[in-house]
Design a protein around this ligand. Structure first.
Ligand code: ZN
Length: 580
């Protein structure tokens, strides 16, 4: 109580006028998966107050309707029960009748173990603010205080929010509050310092990690990321890491990140993949959280926030999440070239790459990338992978055009200095083009038309040629079937494949081919055939047994190899791989 009073008086001094919101989050019965939230609003005298639950979590472009997990909402004004009513899917109207202070309570069901949502069970609690905290539109910029009441014997809370007491925190506004995820429980914590930043790591869940090794390698990665920009805007940064049986992915925040990984990811085979995830989310503290498209902040928490620039935000970040590992001495030259090659082969052999321009992939992320269907592979392209190839192409073009004077790093620095620091706003699509043109001196009109807003194939031989590499392509002429199966049920059919032209459908059950039972050995079986051979496929379609016959086509995939022309690196290559 004393500390709460202290916070109140502190803000009265710092903010002469305006209301403030105090949140309290408790979890008295974690096994039921309910967080209890109390929201107290002071000095906001209105006939009624609308409080809203966000529909999405920034960084993850899907309407998730967090209001669906809210229950038991009630409100009091001057200690009297207030009438409440739901006015749309995520808005509750509190008829506060000019009460000076309002207190609202609700509970939130939290049982989705994802970096973008919230989770509570007997072992720990985790929340991402957008799925827990309601807001009042007019008060989004007002100061906030938060008190967390951990379950019984839970001793630790990890978050990047400013600590002002035991489990008590403040945020200057709602955006910062919900951009600071919180881990609660008895997790393992350790710190390391790199790039002049004190990094806190919160480890939930068992795993085969070695803390001393992590300190060294995470320091290398965070330093390599900071070196791109020449400065790190954080004094402290928090990693919340969930070690799970089935964990994958991360979500970026201003001064923290949450990573979910397989608990055995720290072994020889997959450890570099973990470090690449660290690099990815850490790079976002600049690219997305500070360098951003104009549409991505201040956020509209009630609707989709459309941008056609996710190929810069996620794609460039994906390029750097590999490149930084090379610069940090974690990848060898062969490994980094192998990663770039992998991305190229990935996009060039996906039918959707010739259908959906990457700018459209970005704009439609809300309805396509985040809502994949059985036809997505045929009609869409990942703005992560395609964007990383674009970054690679632009990096080489910039280095070549400036004779090694400039690289994509200089574009990132330019965006950081011009838009984040000087103008303090996001940039538009024409402005990103202009930024790259300013740094490189190139006219990129055709590049944008052909590769960003169009679906042309990059001129790989010329662009890799700048760095002394040659591109070899090999056409896969083996026969191919063209379906993805699960328990013999077709899950997807690749456009223009044998099965596609032959008329097989998603949901068909394949019983036999040419009289042979088929299961996981489908590919082996098809490879014993020749292109042009007819296959007779016995299927069950909606439980009607039928036979479909068609000829096998060649796979037709092109495999790209990036080969070094001489042992010596030329200037472009040295600059590209940062050995100058
Ligand atoms: Zn990302």
């Amino acid at each position: 109580m004393k500390i709460t009073l202290f916070i109140l008086s502190f803000f009265t001094l710092s903010f002469i006028s305006g209301s403030e919101i105090n949140y309290e989050v408790s979890m008295p019965e974690p096994h039921t998966h309910y967080f209890q939230v109390k929201m107290e609003i002071s000095d906001f005298e209105k006939e009624y107050v609308d409080i809203k639950m966000p529909v999405w979590a920034p960084g993850s472009y899907l309407v998730r309707e967090f209001a669906k997990s809210v229950e038991d909402l009630s409100a009091k004004g001057n200690n009297k029960e207030l009438q409440t009513e739901k006015v749309d899917k995520n808005t509750w109207r509190i008829h506060s009748k000019n009460a000076k202070n309002i207190s609202i309570s609700y509970s939130v069901y939290a049982f989705e173990m994802s970096v973008r949502t919230s989770f509570l069970d007997a072992s720990h609690g985790y929340f991402n603010g957008t799925s827990i905290f309601m807001f009042i539109e007019e008060l989004k910029n007002n100061p906030i205080s938060l008190e967390i009441i951990p379950f019984k014997d839970w001793k630790k809370v990890s978050t990047s929010l400013t600590k002002v007491g035991d489990f008590k925190y403040t945020a200057p506004n709602y955006d910062i509050l919900v951009d600071s995820p919180v881990e609660i429980g008895n997790h393992i914590t350790f710190d390391f310092t790199s790039a002049g930043v004190l990094h806190h790591v919160a480890m939930y869940g068992e795993g085969n990690y070695d803390i001393e090794k992590l300190k060294i390698d995470m320091a290398k990665v965070t330093q390599a990321a900071t070196d791109v920009f020449g400065e790190n805007p954080n004094k402290e940064y928090t990693f919340i890491i969930h070690n799970l049986t089935n964990g994958s992915g991360g979500l970026e925040h201003l001064s923290s990140t949450t990573l979910q990984v397989n608990r055995w990811t720290y072994d020889e085979d997959s450890y570099k993949g973990f470090l690449s995830l660290v690099a990815h989310e850490y790079f976002h503290l600049w690219n997305v959280k500070r360098i951003r498209p104009i549409e991505l902040g201040p956020f509209d928490y009630n609707n989709e926030n459309y941008t056609d620039l996710l190929w810069v935000m996620e794609g460039f970040t994906s390029y750097y999440d590999e490149l930084l590992l090379y610069r940090a001495g974690i990848y060898s030259e062969d490994e980094i070239i192998g990663k770039f090659k992998g991305s190229i082969n990935n996009i060039e052999n996906q039918p959707g790459n010739k259908v959906q321009p990457v700018a459209d992939a970005s704009f439609d992320a809300w309805i396509k990338a985040y809502r994949p269907t059985e036809n997505s592979y045929n009609t869409t392209i990942s703005y992560y992978t395609k964007g990383s190839v674009i970054a690679n192409m632009l990096d080489l073009k910039i280095i070549n055009a400036t004779k090694g004077e400039k690289t994509l790093d200089d574009v990132m620095k330019y965006l950081y200095n011009e838009y984040y620091k000087k103008e303090q706003r996001g940039f538009t699509s024409p402005e990103i083009k202009k930024a790259i043109e300013t740094v490189s001196g190139l006219d990129l009109t055709d590049f944008f038309k052909n590769y960003i807003y169009g679906v042309e194939t990059f001129d790989y031989p010329t662009i890799f040629g700048y760095a002394g590499f040659k591109i070899e392509t090999v056409l896969n002429q083996k026969p191919s079937f063209g379906v993805r199966l699960s328990n013999n049920i077709i899950k997807s059919v690749t456009r223009n494949s044998s099965a596609y032209d032959g008329g097989l459908n998603v949901n068909d059950e394949i019983i036999a081919i040419n009289g042979y039972r088929v299961n996981d050995n489908l590919i082996d079986f098809i490879e014993t055939k020749n292109v042009g051979d007819n296959v007779s496929v016995l299927i069950s379609r909606d439980e009607i047994i039928q036979t479909i016959e068609f000829p096998l086509k060649e796979r037709g995939n092109t495999y790209y190899y990036i080969l070094k022309e001489s042992k010596e690196m030329n200037t472009v290559c040295k600059k590209w791989l940062r050995q100058l």
